[in-house]
Ligand binder design. Sequence first.
Ligand SMILES: *Cc1c(COP(=O)(O)O)cnc(C)c1O
Length: 517
Amino acid sequence: MGRGVVVGGADLAGYADCLSTRDGHLYVEELDTVDLAARFGTPLFVLSESQLRGNVRRFRAAFAAQWEGPVDVMPAFKANTTLASRRILTDEGAGADVYSPGELEGVLSTPVDRARVSVNGGGKSREYLAHCVHEGVRITVEDVDEIELVQAVAAEQGRTAKIRLRVKPTVPNLWRPTDFSQLTIPIDLAIQVYKSGIPPEFLVAMGRRAIASPNIDLVGLHVHQGRHHASLWFWEGLMSKFGKLAGELIAAWDGWQPQEIDIGGGWPSPRDPLNEETPRSEFVLTALGFPFLAGLRGLGASVYHRALNRLVPVLSSHRFRAPPPTIEEYAAVAVRTLRRELQAARVSTDGVRLQIEPGRSMYGDAGIHLARVKTIKKQTRPFPYSWVLTDTTTFFLAGGHFERSRFRHVVANKADWPGAMTADLVGHSCFADQIVLGARLPEVAPGDLIALLDTGAYQESSASNFNALARPATVLVCGDQADVVRRAETVEDVYSRDTVPLRLLGSPESRGDTGDD
Ligand SMILES: *Cc1c(COP(=O)(O)O)cnc(C)c1O
C-alpha cells in the first residue's frame, strides 16, 4: 500500500500528524476522506480525536518539562465550540479560556474543573459576573471598574470570587511587523491599540483594591496577545516585559504572591496558515505595479494584456514561510525568560501554576475541511486564468478569511497525482469567494474532493449563512470510527429565526390595498 505523510509541502520532521495518504487518497486517522465525503456529504468539517488528545498532552509535557510548578492547559473554546471536542479536552484534564456567557455554558456542560476555567473579555455584565461567582470559575478582570462589580456580586452571594488581572505590558522591544495585518504595522503598536488588557497606569491601584476587597481573592496575573509573530524572539520579548511588569506589581502590592500566572495563547500550528494568502511583498509589488499598468494601457489593449499575461502568474505563485518553531522550543524560551524576570524581582515561583491558553495551535491541525469540485472554468483571453469552483465558501472559513490564511490543500482522491494546473480555488457564494489563490493542483474534474488542511480552529466557529447557505456538519474521527458531532444546517434552520408579521401575510385586499393602479 502506497502510504505517505501529508504535510502539504512543509518539512515537518518528527511531527505526529493525523493525516496520511494511502493509495492516492487522503486519510484522517484510519478513514478515507473519500468515504467520509460520500457518507456525510460535502462541505464537511472533519476533526481528529487523536490529534486533539495528542496536542493537549504535547502542550502539557512541553511546559511541564520547563516549569517547576503545576502546568494547566486551558484551550481557547472560541476556536472550536463543538461540545464533543470540548468533552475530549475535559477528559484530558484541560481547563478552558472562555469569552462569552454562551461559551461558558458550553464548557460547563462538560465535567471541567471550574478552577481551571478562565472567563476573559471586557464589558462583563453584573448578571454574568454573578453567574461566574456562583459557578466558581476564575474571573480574569479586564475593565477598570470590574473589581467593584465583582466585589458587589460576591458579597451578595456570601462567596469569595477568585480573580486575576489581565495586564497589558508596553512592549517597545517588539518592533517587527505583526503577522495579523497585511500592512506593515509594528507589533507594539498593534498591541497598544488592541482593546484587551489593563494598561499599566491602572494596575497598582486596581490590585490594591482587589487585595483589600473582602469578597475577592486575587490569585494571579494574565497576559494574552495572540499570534503576532511565530518567532522565539516574540516570546522572549513579550515574556521579558510581562515578567518585569509582574515583578513591579508584586513589589507594589507588598507581600502579595501569585498562585497562578497565565501567559495566554498565540502559538502557531505546525503548518501555520496565518496571513499567508497575500505576502507583504505582493502587496508592495501590486502597489508599485499599479501606475505601470495604468501607463501601459496607453500603448493599447494588446500590449497591456501581454503584460498581464506575464505578471499574473508571478503574482499568483506562492512560497510558504519556513515552518514555525516547535511547541517545545516555545516553552523553553517563554518559561526561561519569565522565570529570569520573576527571579530578578525576587518573586518566588515555588508552587505557582503556569497556565497556557492555546487556541489555533490546539485545534488547527486537528481539523480539515472537505469540499467537492462543482465546475471548472479556464479562460484563455485576454490572458489565461482558471477557477475551480467548489461547493463550500469562505463564509464557512471566515476566520481564515479575516486572517488572510492560506490553507494547504490536497485533492483528496488524487493525493499522489502530480501538479498539472494552477487555478483559484473558489467558493460558490456570489462574493469573489477566493479560498486559495493560484492553487497548484493536479488535473481536476467535477466531483473531485478538495481537502483544506488546518481548518480545525476558528473556521467552523465563525461560519455564517451568506447567500442563505446552510452551514456544514462536523464529523469526529477516532481510529476507524466517525460520528456527526454537529449536524449540518438545513435551509429551514437558516430561516428558523424569521417571522413575517401577520399584516404582511394576508391578501392584497385585507391589507387595504385596492390593487387598481
Ligand atoms: C483567542 C484567545 C486565546 C487563543 O489564541 P490563539 O492565538 O488562537 O492561540 C487565548 N486566550 C485568550 C484570552 C483569547 O482571547
